[in-house]
Design a protein around this ligand. Structure first.
Ligand SMILES: *[C@@H]1O[C@H](CO)[C@@H](O)[C@H](O)[C@H]1NC(C)=O
Ligand SMILES: *[C@@H]1O[C@H](CO)[C@@H](O)[C@H](O)[C@H]1NC(C)=O
Ligand SMILES: *[C@@H]1O[C@H](CO)[C@@H](O)[C@H](O)[C@H]1NC(C)=O
Length: 332
């Protein structure tokens, strides 16, 4: 877009303006007018670029890694044309009391346009993986998702009461409804660490159907490196749970669409105390680190920062988006 801002082009606009001097009573007005015209041109070019980027990423596939921000579904559903019958400022948390989101995810097929958003095959698959080579080839460049520091992620699961270590593989309703039962608080920490280890990597790069946490084949560093590769080449958008507001703002800077209040509140706030930065105290892990998912997370952070720079997104530049969202807040 740089060519429009060249002095030659600016002189051209000024010349045009002076030539039509009946519309402008002074040189100053001409200069003001041509600057305004130039800015309008730049805006149109920017919108074209945003639209081109969006078209290339359709239909989007949301890689929903457990404990990485269910609220993002509100962003996707509220994008223009994605889910036409969902209604303005759709808010999943209002439809899904007691954090029981599965029945709402199941509705995706009925109210979203498959040319814009790929819904999951069946409701128990709300954490669908990217898939094998064929599936990845189809979804490459259209993947969007949030990532979270691995030790924070597993602690979030440790405290949340979901039945993470139950058998999710049976899609029958009695099985998937236990996802809505929040009384599973007694898992030994060690079992959860084992079950979660490398599962961000697996969800991105494993060729196996890896929905349940039990029955997962072992994960290793090689899988972590494959996931990093797919993250680099296959993802249209990478957000960070730790940088929620900035991530949502970045998404709109990249793909357009209005900012809504429903995207910003945490649909699933954890009950357990966190520190001032919103982080769990990791001392109970006694130094444990998930090295496989650590690779994935480090790459996600790198891509996120790179995109902030490329799209000039900062807390400052996001004030308009935040204000726009605040204006849509429903006061009860
Ligand atoms: C890839 O995964 C899809 C969906 O699970 C499956 O239908 C297909 O048979 C798999 N292809 C290969 C080559 O394994
Ligand atoms: C929820 O899970 C607990 C086991 O952790 C079980 O005892 C209880 O019956 C379940 N409640 C429902 C409504 O399924
Ligand atoms: C980046 O955003 C800031 C506002 O936050 C603005 O002042 C600046 O001109 C922008 N830079 C570019 C290159 O768009």
């Amino acid at each position: 877009m740089g060519f429009l801002a060249t002095p030659a082009r600016r002189h051209g606009l000024l010349f045009l303006c002076l030539w039509h001097s009946t519309w402008a009573s002074s040189v100053e007005e001409c200069v003001d007018g041509s600057v305004e015209l130039l800015q309008r041109h730049l805006r149109v070019l920017e919108e074209d670029e945003t639209d081109r980027r969006l078209q290339a990423a359709l239909p989007m596939f949301w890689l929903h890694i457990p404990k990485c921000g269910t609220t993002f579904v509100n962003t996707l559903i509220n994008m223009h044309h994605f889910c036409p019958s969902a209604g303005e400022n759709f808010d999943l948390s209002l439809l899904a009391p007691h954090e029981c989101f599965n029945p709402v995810f199941a509705m995706c097929q009925s109210f979203c346009n498959p040319n814009f958003l790929e819904c999951y095959e069946h409701p128990s698959a709300m954490h669908s993986p990217v898939g094998n080579a064929t599936e990845y080839a189809r979804r490459k460049g259209k993947l969007v998702g949030f990532f979270r520091q691995p030790e924070q992620r597993v602690l979030s699961a440790y405290y949340d009461g979901h039945g993470w270590l139950e058998d999710f593989s049976n899609p029958d309703s009695s099985k998937f409804l236990f996802r809505c039962n929040l009384s599973y608080t007694g898992y030994p920490l060690q079992d959860l660490l084992e079950a979660f280890k490398g599962t961000m990597a697996a969800q991105i790069a494993s060729p196996h159907d890896i929905i349940p946490f039990v029955h997962q084949p072992p994960r290793d560093l090689a899988l972590g490196h494959q996931a990093v590769q797919r993250l680099r080449e296959g993802f249209a958008f990478v957000g960070l749970t730790e940088e929620w507001d900035l991530s949502i703002c970045l998404f709109h800077a990249m793909f357009g669409g209005p900012c809504h209040s429903s995207e910003f509140h945490n649909a699933r706030p954890g009950q357990h105390a966190k520190d001032a930065d919103g982080l769990y105290d990791t001392s109970i892990l006694q130094g444990y680190q998930d090295e496989i998912d650590g690779l994935v997370y480090a790459e996600a952070v790198r891509l996120f920062r790179q995109n902030l720079a490329v799209h000039n997104v900062s807390v400052d530049s996001c004030q308009r988006c935040f204000a726009e969202a605040e204006a849509t807040r429903v006061h009860t």
